[in-house]
Design a protein around this ligand. Structure first.
Ligand SMILES: Cc1ncc(COP(=O)(O)O)c(C=O)c1O
Length: 385
């Protein structure tokens, strides 16, 4: 008997996850670089445990992510941290667990360098000052960027004040988003090679970040060339830390239609999910992929979320068979930046988390509860029956 899925549900398909993680493993091995996973894209426990079997560590962005990976994947799992803010108390608490630590600014480095444990490889985030992203909200190289030391400043410091950089043995950059063409990665590599060649020679590692959809790229030769430059010309150990490329295609959100009515000539289908559960649908205003949608189908609906936000809608979808109250609607390619950005606006619960195993069986991993919601409101003990 198959387990009935409680909706709204977030489902990881382990078969897809394994396929995409192994594809990245193969590319990293062929290129001769180390593969990290960036858990900000998806930190569901079963996803982290599965990925841990195939990567060389995790590129975390906060204390909680570090602690979560440590707890789920074990004390031997290599941990890297890059964040615009590292508090001294965080370093005191978990510094000894860090294999690689990237500071975001020269001032954070000056403040914390004495406290970094001996075993931890210290690095700086560099802003290559090369923009590839049209939307400045997502461009780490935008004017007045808060992310990383501008490469021009790094070049100046390396030549005028080299003692300030003593103890730095790596660099980290991340300046793209959902890119399928590695020309920008190669351009970034050449920019660093051109601006800070001697500093690169003094280092032992470089992290090229995430931001590339390896699975959708037609040509990876520029990626291989970029790794080769850092590895062979400068003798660096090269890391990549993809997020979305590893997890996006393995996740789906299943919802139930609860109401159907007409509004200005359009059939509206109200679902028990919401853009709360797919924050980027609202942020980027894109229409997510829906199973069964066919161009030119006869039954047309505006799929709508269940919160009071007027713009909590997914878009217009057409199906061959009509929807009815109780019909299921499945959103595809939901594995990245959905559960990690999901919230409970309007008091709507989070999706129930499931894993679908390779043999087709389904496990419920976690169900959201009123108590969990109440705790986020500061309720320590639940007094309401
Ligand atoms: C520093 C850093 N590394 C890795 C990633 C993962 O990027 P993606 O999921 O686009 O591969 C991000 C995403 O914002 C990032 O900021």
């Amino acid at each position: 008997m198959t387990t009935p899925i409680k909706t709204p549900a977030y489902i990881t398909d382990e078969c897809f996850l394994e396929r995409d993680v192994l594809a990245l493993r193969k590319i990293a091995d062929e290129a001769g670089c180390k593969l990290l996973y960036s858990p900000k894209a998806n930190s569901v426990s079963t996803v982290l445990r599965k990925i841990a079997q195939h990567v060389d560590g995790f590129g975390c962005s906060s204390e909680y992510e570090l602690k979560l990976v440590d707890r789920l994947c074990g004390p031997e799992t290599p941990l890297h941290l890059v964040s615009p803010l590292l508090k001294e108390e965080t370093l005191d608490e978990i510094g000894s667990r860090l294999d690689h630590l990237t500071l975001n600014s020269l001032s954070q480095w000056a403040l914390l360098r004495a406290k970094i444990p001996q075993r931890t490889q210290a690095g700086l985030r560099v802003n290559p000052e090369l923009s590839f992203i049209g939307d400045p909200r997502y461009d780490p190289c935008r004017p007045n960027s808060k992310l990383g030391v501008p490469v021009s400043k790094l070049a100046e410091t390396a030549s005028n004040d080299p003692t300030l950089l003593q103890g730095i043995n790596g660099l980290h950059f991340h300046n793209n988003c959902d890119e399928t063409d590695f020309a920008s990665l190669l351009a970034t590599t050449r920019r660093l090679q051109d601006r800070i060649p001697e500093f690169l020679e003094s280092l032992t590692w470089i992290n090229m970040g995430g931001g590339y959809l390896f699975d959708q790229a037609e040509n990876t030769s520029d990626f291989f060339r970029a790794v080769e430059i850092f590895r062979d010309t400068f003798g660096l150990m090269v890391f990549i830390e993809p997020g979305a490329a590893m997890v996006r295609r393995s996740g789906m959100i299943e919802a139930t239609v609860h109401d159907l009515f007409e509004s200005d000539g359009m059939q509206v289908a109200v679902l028990d999910t919401t853009v709360n559960h797919m924050a980027e649908v609202f942020e980027f205003q894109f229409e997510p992929d829906v199973l069964g949608h066919v161009d030119g189908g006869v039954h047309d609906y505006l799929l709508a979320g269940c919160t009071c936000l007027a713009g909590d809608v997914f878009g217009e979808y057409t199906f061959d068979t009509p929807l009815a109250v109780g019909s299921r609607v499945t959103f595809l390619n939901m594995g990245a930046y959905t559960m990690s950005k999901a919230h409970r606006f309007n008091g709507v619960g989070l999706p129930t988390i499931y894993t679908r195993h390779n043999d087709g069986t389904l496990d419920m991993i976690k169900e959201d509860t009123f108590d969990a919601f109440a705790q986020t409101s500061g309720v320590a003990e639940i007094a309401i029956a």
